[in-house]
Design a protein around this ligand. Sequence first.
Ligand code: FES
Length: 124
Amino acid sequence: MRKVRKTSKSKVIGRADELAHGQTKKFKLRRGKRDFEAMLVNYQGRHFAYVNRCPHVGINLDWVDNQFFTVDGRYLMCANHGAVFEPPTGECVWGPCLGASLQSLPLEIVDQSIIVRFAGAGEE
Ligand code: FES
């Protein structure tokens, strides 16, 4: 029988000068044996990261690859049913998942490298 242990993992996902306001970058993370997709977001010069999964139905937010911002660059948007989210918090402020939030991933910037930290499960 395999023992599953919780671990905290980190991964460099970009550089602090890589994205301008309103730009995003997708990346993959692995939890246990499963990969999942997430996105790095630059909103007004600050960086945030979220799992690419809408709290409404649990599917990716982007129909067009890596397109998450509304046209005016004010909100993140789910292309499926139009939910919009506050970029700094991930909270849905309009749409079918009003009040729910995107799953955020903690970031740290070290020497211009953006590092994401997340809980993973490793098998022993
Ligand atoms: S799946 Fe995102 S709003 Fe419905």
